[in-house]
Ligand binder design. Structure first.
Ligand code: BGC
Length: 279
């Protein structure tokens, strides 16, 4: 038995989101970028939300457009109600409606608890949790106004809340971040329960360690990578495309009966790998 695992898969996505309109927050880098591109590859028109780095956002837009769908970038801070409302108004003016929201924008402001400033706390809660609330609320208003359009999707709309394994795994030194993700989980489930009768599907994705700029320190050196692998039974880091494939599936009618669930995409990180040999 070998303990090395294969590389991440590469395969093209079926175009099962043709005609749908999607908005992805925090889509200029990392997981958001990969999700936005995959939704475009699957046939959706995509709004690329971002808050900094116009050039990176423009590149994502161009890549999405190369798949023959419409895309544009919209700069907005998801923690600001006025900016979020303007972003959705702009999308509805430009694309007519919204079918898929991927509430993904998130960040870390790590600190030992006794040193954590109120600003570090509020920034993380504001963007990661309140940002998802504001975006989900605007998307929901449009879903309820429009209802199901059978030619487009079985559902009146889909919301994907990007969470983390840290909605479940406590994380010392990251209490603000873990709290935001625990909150996302309960907001997602409560909202899913509330709006399922309207045929709106709300689900979460909980990525584990994914190779993105948010966690460079966890994988950039061989030593760091080896340490990280002790936490990942599948013995490879996740790639943004691992999350993107899950997002396309959860946004599509292929997952039509999946409601209020968090899909963990984590290489087994939540299996408590320390217990493989301990306990
Ligand atoms: C965090 C990463 C971390 C991963 C696994 C993610 O939610 O943003 O920094 O590597 O969880 O711990």
């Amino acid at each position: 038995m070998t303990l090395t695992s294969p590389a991440a898969p590469t395969r093209s996505t079926p175009r099962n989101l043709a005609g749908q309109k999607a908005l992805v927050t925090g889509a200029n880098s990392g997981i958001g970028r990969a999700v936005a591109i995959a939704l475009g590859q699957a046939g959706a028109d995509v709004v690329v939300n971002y808050v900094a780095e116009d050039e990176a956002a423009a590149q994502v837009v161009a890549e999405i457009q190369s798949h023959g769908v419409a895309a544009y970038g919209h700069k907005a801070d998801v923690s600001r109600e006025d900016e979020v409302r303007a972003m959705f108004a702009g999308m509805i003016a430009q694309f007519g409606t919204i079918d898929i929201l991927v509430a993904n924008a998130g960040l870390q402001r790590d600190a030992a608890f006794q040193q954590m400033t109120l600003e570090q706390w509020n920034t993380v809660i504001g963007i990661n949790l309140t940002g998802q609330f504001l975006c989900a609320r605007e998307a929901l208003r449009e879903f309820l106004r429009r209802g199901v359009v059978a030619a487009v999707s079985c559902a009146a709309g889909k919301i994907l809340c990007m969470s983390s394994v840290h909605q479940e795994i406590p994380w010392a030194g990251h209490a603000n971040y873990a709290t935001s993700k625990g909150g996302i989980m309960m907001m997602m489930r409560s909202l899913a329960q509330e709006v399922a009768p309207h045929h709106v599907r709300v689900n979460g994705i909980a990525p584990g360690a994914i190779r993105t700029p948010i966690n460079t320190d966890a994988w950039k050196t061989a030593e760091a990578y080896a340490g990280l692998m002790k936490l990942v039974p599948y013995r490879r880091i996740g790639e943004p495309e691992d999350i993107a494939r899950a997002a396309v599936w959860l946004a599509s009618d292929e997952s039509d009966y999946v409601v209020g669930t968090t899909l963990f995409v984590d290489g087994g990180m939540t299996l408590y790998p320390g217990f493989a040999t301990g306990g």
